[in-house]
Ligand binder design. Structure first.
Ligand code: COA
Length: 141
């Protein structure tokens, strides 16, 4: 991901999340976290992933695919990419949080071997009030 992709990423954020990250928030991640985009053949952003890492721990902070491009394996491609980087950087543990109702994302993570670690009560705001977060872990090596 580069500065040139930010507007498109923020547009996909707005289409994908109840509490989307602002332009400033994605930009700040670009300066300090790992950020990758998936591009179509015309160079348009169709998906992205944002993760942070410190020592041997990584956290998947954000992943989204444009609604018109879902179920084409794009998120899987992005996750494979960060897991490859993880091996090179010797990241041993991956963590993430996901809304308890987000079964597409939970299935995606399970497909890559993430397992449920715990639950944070009423962690997210949602259209129907508060919602729990599921925390997940993957042993990266
Ligand atoms: N229902 C059930 N399982 C689903 C699913 C759905 N709607 N979408 C993805 N999956 C699971 C399946 O196991 C799928 O494998 P399969 O196609 O072989 O069955 C696997 O995830 C991989 O799918 P893929 O095509 O790589 O995912 P995607 O590119 O469609 O992206 C999300 C998946 C979750 C990133 C996408 O739906 C999205 O952007 N959602 C909104 C943002 C979000 O919720 N992000 C995650 C929380 S941070």
């Amino acid at each position: 991901m580069t500065e040139a992709h930010l507007d498109e990423v923020v547009r996909i954020e707005a289409l994908s999340f109840y509490e989307p990250w602002s332009h400033a928030c994605v930009q700040s991640s670009l300066n300090k976290d790992g950020c990758f985009v998936a591009l179509d053949s015309a160079g348009a952003v169709v998906g992205y992933v944002i993760f942070s890492y410190i020592f041997d721990e990584g956290e998947l902070l954000r992943i989204a695919v444009h609604p018109l491009h879902k179920r084409k394996g794009i998120a899987s491609l992005l996750i494979r990419q960060i897991l490859n980087i993880a091996k090179a950087r010797k990241i041993k543990h991956w963590f993430l949080e996901v809304r308890a109702s987000n079964s597409p994302a939970i299935r995606l993570y399970e497909k890559f071997g993430f397992t449920v670690m715990g639950r944070r009560k009423s962690y997210y705001k949602g259209p129907h009030g508060k919602e729990d977060a599921i925390t997940m872990h993957l042993n990266g090596n």
